[in-house]
Design a protein around this ligand. Structure first.
Ligand SMILES: *[C@@H]1O[C@H](CO)[C@@H](O)[C@H](O)[C@H]1NC(C)=O
Ligand SMILES: *[C@@H]1O[C@H](CO)[C@@H](O)[C@H](O)[C@H]1NC(C)=O
Ligand SMILES: *[C@@H]1O[C@H](CO)[C@@H](O)[C@H](O)[C@H]1NC(C)=O
Ligand SMILES: *[C@@H]1O[C@H](CO)[C@@H](O)[C@H](O)[C@H]1NC(C)=O
Length: 600
């Protein structure tokens, strides 16, 4: 069933007052959970392929999970854990081959135990960050640093090494607050084809299992070490970015929850001055991030059409104008902060940790007409996300390189401002083998992606140069759950304990049942990470080495970078070469038979 048709069905059901929550990432063609496909929340993997699996299992208890894995191991099936959100961009969720088994953690969604004395909490791996925060808060406890988006599961947070922002305490990484977990892996005949391992703080293997890309098995439950509930005080301060490179190293030491949002073409940076305050400080503030709120479908579609037009006509000034309007609106709305859930009357906003650390109210959308802004049910926002952590020791030079690019091309990065600027979060060295290697700043860069993979984007070259500088010149670590293929080129060599991780993988899953081409490629066990073909550089599937990897017929050729000469990027030459047919294509998307069928 095509997306368009599906949304028509939703619309129809809407009139019958039936709820139509965000779509399931897994769809099966037959009723008994057989013959399935899986995608991510954006409806497209980096290479836009569709992942297939023979079946999906929905275990609801650890015993059922054990039975499922034993059974699949006996049959030599490839397996992968999947979540109800599927929020990772790369193909981590795809089982190897086309006839593997998806093991969804959707029903493993219970809080098992809260121990206030020990300040620990044990949950099943399918519990969402939102549920974790709420259950902990009811017991007067809090996890101090988490992602800002709560539509993630505990298993997913660990699998990809998700983090918040801090340089303090035990650091920014959620996996570093794990003091125990149970992981179910494949076993030998003598084990009954399944192995259950209960790892606790101090076990070496925990350093492998707490950030594992899902290649060791399926985690059934996790125990976190929490803190007593506390309050925070948040003030956003907007400043000139001219001394950003100098500020970043000290700002994160001064404020526990510090982060920055950078608007490079406006030469502005918004510092989040964010500290713990005494619990008797008055305030019941709420953070409900604007970008994660429900959006009317038509509004998301309108924004998208506007962006498509600006892209097609090369209207960088239009983007800059829209960027300014959007930045102004965000600051007027205090980025989604209020004093009580309703109004904002000026900084600081003070409130409890559980109300300020994460949000994502668009997940509560109950009808077809209000969605998360990136919901693929309609032609809404569609973007790439380049998310790379750059060591504090070199981050100043990276920032200055980006500033030099802005000087050369002042309007090149206006497009980022339509996606709320570059979010910069502090991350810390982790004890996980595949966790952050040193204290760093994580840059979250979100930018336009064409629905047509062969369509270049405005200032393609500048964004590609920044991506290649981040990953290669400054040796940055790509977030496992985000990014385009090229960001993972040679990534495993950046982890000093990679060998240790691979040794544990060999013990836990000797037959590689939990591995796929993608995980083998990022772990350096298999070639083929770069997909070299016509237009591949446009989607970050390759680094261009020939013009055909860009879009020569549209005037984009493979050239060296402007600052980082080693970069190879798709640069637009001056003689514009687009036709009216390209225009139609660019605005309406490529010819799509599905849509004709739906209309008919
Ligand atoms: C599996 O699903 C695909 C579409 O997703 C369909 O074309 C195919 O016929 C199905 N196969 C079986 C055996 O049901
Ligand atoms: C075990 O595997 C068989 C065939 O592979 C399948 O039909 C059956 O449903 C599986 N049982 C469980 C509990 O997964
Ligand atoms: C930021 O500061 C620099 C140097 O002090 C100045 O040249 C520039 O105009 C300022 N930018 C803005 C947006 O105020
Ligand atoms: C412009 O387009 C024409 C026809 O598509 C093509 O032959 C020509 O090579 C293009 N020019 C450039 C500079 O790409």
């Amino acid at each position: 069933m095509s997306r368009q048709l599906l949304s028509n069905v939703c619309l129809f059901l809407f009139f019958l007052a039936v709820r139509c929550a965000p779509e399931e990432p897994i769809t099966c063609s037959s009723a008994n959970n057989k013959n399935c496909t899986i995608t991510n929340t954006y409806g497209a993997f980096p290479d836009r392929s569709v992942c297939r699996a023979a079946a999906v299992a929905y275990p609801a208890t650890e015993e059922e999970l054990i039975a499922v894995i034993a059974n699949a191991t006996r049959s030599g099936l490839k397996m992968k854990a999947a979540t109800r959100f599927s929020h990772s961009i790369p193909k981590l969720v795809c089982p190897g081959g086309e006839d593997g088994l998806l093991i969804s953690t959707k029903l493993l969604n219970r809080v098992l135990k809260i121990d206030f004395e020990a300040m620990t909490m044990t949950v099943q791996s399918g519990v969402s960050l939102r549920e974790l925060i709420n259950a902990a808060a009811k017991a007067g406890l809090a996890l101090p640093y988490t992602p800002y988006w709560w539509g993630l599961t505990v298993g997913g947070l660990l699998g990809t090494g998700a983090h918040g922002s801090t340089l303090w305490g035990k650091g920014s990484s959620v996996p570093d607050y794990v003091v125990g977990l149970t992981i179910i892996s494949s076993g030998e005949v003598t084990d009954g084809f399944v192995k259950v391992r209960r790892l606790v703080d101090g076990d070496q293997d925990l350093n492998a299992a707490k950030v594992s890309l899902g290649v060791l098995g399926v985690i059934s439950q996790v125990t976190f070490k929490l803190q007593p509930m506390f309050k925070r005080s948040i003030t956003y301060l907007t400043k000139n970015d001219s001394d950003l490179g100098d500020q970043v190293s000290t700002f994160g030491r001064q404020h526990e929850f510090a982060d920055m949002t950078w608007f490079p073409s406006q030469q502005k940076v918004v510092y989040r001055v964010d500290d713990r305050v005494s619990s008797n400080t008055a305030g019941d503030g709420l953070y409900d991030a604007i970008a994660f709120r429900s959006t009317a479908s038509f509004a998301a579609e309108t924004i998208r059409v506007r962006e498509e037009m600006e892209e097609f006509f090369g209207d960088d000034n239009g983007k800059c104008l829209d960027g300014r309007v959007s930045t102004f609106a965000l600051s007027k709305l205090a980025y989604g902060l209020t004093h009580n859930g309703v109004i904002f009357l000026g900084y600081p906003v003070i409130g409890y940790q559980n109300r300020l650390q994460a949000s994502g109210t668009c997940l509560d959308s109950t009808d077809q007409d209000s969605i998360c802004p990136w919901d693929p049910k309609v032609d809404s926002l569609f973007f790439h996300q380049t998310t790379v952590s750059i060591a504090l020791s070199v981050v100043k030079s990276f920032i200055e390189d980006v500033q030099k690019l802005v000087k050369l091309e002042p309007t090149a990065l206006c497009g980022l401002e339509l996606y709320n600027g570059i979010l910069m979060r502090y991350v810390t060295a982790s004890s996980a083998y595949l966790g952050k290697q040193e204290d760093a700043i994580d840059f979250d860069i979100t930018y336009y992606r064409s629905k047509d993979p062969l369509n270049p984007r405005l200032y393609e070259d500048i964004l590609e140069e920044i991506e290649q500088m981040a990953v290669f010149k400054y040796g940055g670590l790509p977030h496992w759950g985000k990014n385009r293929n090229i960001a993972f080129e040679g990534v495993i060599n950046k982890y000093k304990n990679a060998e240790e991780f691979l040794r544990v993988k060999e013990v836990y899953d000797p037959k590689g049942l939990f591995s796929s081409d993608w995980t083998d490629q990022v772990l350096g066990l298999k070639d083929g990470l770069a997909i070299v073909k016509e237009g591949c550089a446009l989607e970050g599937l390759c680094i261009c080495s020939e013009d055909v990897h860009c879009a020569p017929s549209k005037g984009y050729f493979c050239r060296e970078g402007k600052i980082y000469k080693e970069a190879r990027v798709c640069t637009r030459s001056n003689d514009q070469n687009t036709s009216i047919l390209d225009a139609i294509d660019s605005v309406l998307g490529p010819f799509n038979e599905d849509k004709l069928v739906d209309v008919a």
